[in-house]
Design a protein around this ligand. Structure first.
Ligand SMILES: [Zn+2]
Ligand SMILES: [Zn+2]
Length: 455
């Protein structure tokens, strides 16, 4: 805890003024004023923290405030965190202090929640939304240095020349001297990589040197992921970036344009990890436990981007589909008294429109996702789309056949109508299940014993 020089009360970091503020006398102070730059035995910079443990899931959170009456675990929703003893934590080099206030965070979440019409209203309750907590998430920030001769193999798009397909191959060699700085990866095992990928980017230009004052009134998660895990990925990323920049270089483009990289293995760029340092990025975090499932809502504390699971209620969904079907067919039957042939034509048209719309929805959903989660969902959605495409084509052929042969009995039209409606409903329902699955998680289980880098 940092005491107010004026009155002795607790100072907390105030987001709107970006200063330390006394909640008792209202004075504000520069956060760097209270820093004593403490070092441990190995001369690395440390600062005092109290560590909270969650007995339920094993998560660990740090805070600079000694007493936190409202402590609860943001990862599993457990309401009794145990306070561990005071410890020295390794000091991050940089931090992006919270820019989005809690009020702005709540408003951003509510805007998204209102769009989720199939989500039960309990996810929009005031008390739940008020449980957003500010957590600084630890990241590893990498600096990559590239110096020496880069060698890249590229090719031109293939063109046809009579019976031949012609592809030109190019060897590009260049002397480079490049530095990439601020490439970050999530350093907390508790903080789901999927969420951290979706919450990014943070604007690394806005980082400032760390001082413990920024943590006052917030939690910070513990950096327990080994930075070595990301080194290969970081190097590969910068090598590909350099290769892409080289292909766009004016000198290369003057010789030939439209070059394409052949692949990662054809890119040789001498690169080395120059340094790895600790940074803290701000995240507003909320979790809600519902039976065996848990849902997370997070808001980027710098940009206000919302990444939230909005669970869909099955009953709300089916009700909505039935209402939509009734709203469509009742007026049609009352006012236009459709002939069986016309009814079949309209249903077929509806089926085709429905398929196009679910495909568009799927594309939007996939655009929102990243990384491994996107791969899994892409696989599921592709098989659903393939199945429903086959069924739809079958229905359209059947409908065309009936409309052409023009049978006499009414049921020869109405049974296909019913089948088409069923196919449409099935497609929507399968897509709904994918979305529903996407919004539920199992409560986490972390094994924090060992592997902790705090002294
Ligand atoms: Zn004061
Ligand atoms: Zn927990």
């Amino acid at each position: 805890m940092i005491a107010c020089p004026g009155c002795g009360a607790n100072l907390t970091f105030d987001i709107s003024s970006q200063q330390m503020k006394c909640n008792y006398c209202g004075n504000i102070y520069d956060p760097y004023r209270f820093d004593n730059m403490e070092k441990d035995a190995d001369e690395s910079l440390v600062f005092d923290v109290w560590v909270y443990n969650c007995p339920q899931c094993g998560a660990e959170l740090m805070t600079t405030d000694e007493t936190d009456a409202t402590a609860f675990c943001p990862y599993c929703g457990n309401t009794s965190l145990l306070m561990d003893k005071m410890r020295k934590a390794k000091r991050p080099s940089y931090i992006i202090p919270f820019q989005i206030t809690k009020e702005e965070c709540k408003a951003a979440y509510l805007r998204e929640a209102k769009k989720a019409v199939f989500t039960p209203s309990e996810y929009k309750r005031e008390e739940l939304i008020d449980s957003f907590r500010g957590i600084y998430m630890p990241y590893w920030s990498f600096r990559v240095e590239q110096q020496g001769e880069a060698h890249i193999e590229a090719e031109s798009p293939s063109s046809r020349d009579g019976d031949y397909v012609v592809t030109d191959h190019y060897d590009i060699r260049a002397q480079i001297d490049t530095v990439y700085d601020g490439i970050t990866h999530d350093a907390s095992r508790a903080f789901d990589d999927e969420i951290s990928e979706c919450l990014s980017p943070f604007d690394a230009h806005k980082i400032v040197p760390f001082t413990p004052g920024f943590l006052s009134g917030f939690y910070a998660d513990v950096a327990d992921e080994d930075p070595g895990k990301y080194e290969k990925r970081v190097k590969e990323y910068t090598e590909l970036e350099t290769a892409r920049k080289l292909l766009e270089d004016n000198g290369v483009r003057a010789t030939t344009s439209d070059l394409m990289l052949k692949g990662v293995s054809n890119v040789q760029v001498p690169s080395e990890i120059g340094s790895v340092y600790r940074v803290f990025y701000p995240v507003w975090f909320m979790s809600y436990r519902n039976g065996n499932n848990i849902t997370y809502a997070t808001v980027n504390g710098q940009t206000g981007k919302v990444v939230a699971d909005f669970p869909i209620s099955t009953s709300r969904f089916i009700l909505a589909v039935l209402l939509a079907a009734l709203a469509f067919f009742i007026p049609l039957n009352f006012f236009f008294t459709l002939k069986p042939g016309a009814a079949l034509a309209v249903t077929t048209l509806l089926l085709i429109i429905g398929m196009i719309m679910t495909r568009r929805e799927n594309r939007k959903l996939l655009d929102r996702l990243e990384g491994t989660q996107r791969e899994t969902i892409l696989g599921k959605i592709s098989s659903i789309q393939a199945l429903s495409a086959i069924l739809t084509i079958g229905c359209v052929i059947l409908a065309a056949f009936i409309l052409v042969t023009n049978p006499v009995r009414n049921k020869d039209y109405y049974i296909p109508c019913f089948i088409e409606a069923a196919v449409l409903f099935l497609t929507i329902f399968m897509n709904f299940l994918v979305q529903k699955k996407l919004a539920t998680r199992r409560p986490p289980q972390f094994n924090k014993k060992g592997g902790n880098d705090n002294a």
